[in-house]
Ligand binder design. Structure first.
Ligand SMILES: [Ca+2]
Ligand SMILES: [Ca+2]
Length: 109
């Protein structure tokens, strides 16, 4: 089966971050299917937190800004690439990401 990319939307959260969600998928049982042992797949997790909270503890602070500056101008081609720092998901860690973090500075717990 080919890999497919899915977008997942979350809504209805209260301001209690970070929230950890585990990923799982269940395939329906097809007519005549006898082996259903691989119909459930559980793997990985998503951490939902404040924009700019690259460390994932639920607060956007100077530690996050410092990491963003350290990773400045890194792209997926660089060994130092950190996808958590690419806040706007444009495959570059740049001033736009730092600006988002600054706009959420000191938000969170
Ligand atoms: Ca943080
Ligand atoms: Ca970016």
């Amino acid at each position: 089966m080919p890999k497919q990319k899915y977008s997942i939307s979350f809504s209805g959260f209260v301001n209690t971050f970070p929230l950890l969600h585990f990923l799982s998928a269940n395939a329906i049982i097809l007519p005549g299917e006898t082996n259903t042992t691989d119909n459930t797949f559980i793997d990985g997790f998503i951490l939902v937190t404040i924009a700019g909270d690259v460390t994932g503890e639920g607060l956007c602070d100077m530690q996050d800004i410092s990491i963003l500056v350290e990773k400045f101008l890194k792209t997926p081609k660089d060994r130092e690439w950190d996808p958590n720092c690419d806040i706007n998901d444009d495959l570059s860690i740049d001033v736009a990401d730092i600006s988002i973090a600054i706009n959420h500075f000191l938000e969170g717990s």
